[in-house]
Design a protein around this ligand. Sequence first.
Ligand code: COI
Length: 357
Amino acid sequence: MIGQIKIEKTNSPKTKPDQSNLGFGNYFTDHMFIMDYTEGKGWHDPRIVPYAPLEMDPATMVLHYGQAIFEGLKAYRAKDGRILLFRPHKNMERVNISNDRLCIPPIDVDFCIEALKELINIEKDWIPTEDGTSLYIRPFIISTDPFLGVRPSKTYKYIVILSPVGAYYPEGINPVKIYVESNYVRAVKGGIGYAKTPGNYASSLKAQMEAKKKGYTQVLWLDGVEKKYIEEVGTMNVFFKINGEVITPALEGSILAGITRDSTMELLKSWGVKVTERKITIQEIYDAHANGTLDEAFGTGTAAVISPIGELNWNDNKITINEGKIGELSSKIYTTITNIQNGDLEDTLGWTTEVKA
Ligand code: COI
């Protein structure tokens, strides 16, 4: 038994930001959820407390060896007033997949969903309502032993913070320019690529910065061994529509099993569109473009939902996809997923969970 959640409310609530100019990850709500783990005791002391800096010993293990995981999901305020979470079980189950890879003890999925609902309820006035906005939820776990030897920590903190957000990319749903990365790699099979852990994001920064300097929003990651097979795009999963068929790289250990990726595949199947998970080479994309069968390309992720790819640059060979415009299918997937998320469309797939007062 983890115990009752203690609640300590803030005495100084913040002024809420302007909903039309949120950007992504700039603002944080008044409260956060925390619980601790101690070896031999398990997870304990769950509490909702005022949002505040954490005090840490400089030797705290996470600061040195990065033994940590995180998640990202969103809460929406429907027009009828309901508060909706999108597939929260998937995120919490993925916490335990990431935890296992990082030698972090598992969490109790159902307890963490209940705790999340309790936190959201306290912060419900922070859920933005303008089109394209939501309350981004960032659960994360850090290793907290003050110790410099390399081994799994014996203590951890599980924390959830909340951030009202708008679009992830300034481009919004407009197509982005993507640089095909042939030098740096994101992950290899046997590594940590399938876990949602800070190291994967730290290792991606250099390529992202170099691509930016060349005028590209993000990179397309190729496999770490042959630099031939497509893996992910930026921090997102990637899909290509070729000759009416939608193809996405198969999950073989180096790719994150995205929840928007899974939702996109389920939707496409429900619409009768052929979806295939398999290895796909960058050459195949260029060949499809050359013979006129590359219809659309897009990334999927919680933060941006759908991000169409308008241009690819692979070793200075540039191709424009769908005339640099948002594809019909990309647009339909974006509209359907966001409308299920925000309650505008009936959720026939059972993806949303209501947060009740
Ligand atoms: C997502 O697409 O949701 C991500 O993983 C991006 C996040 C790290 C901000």
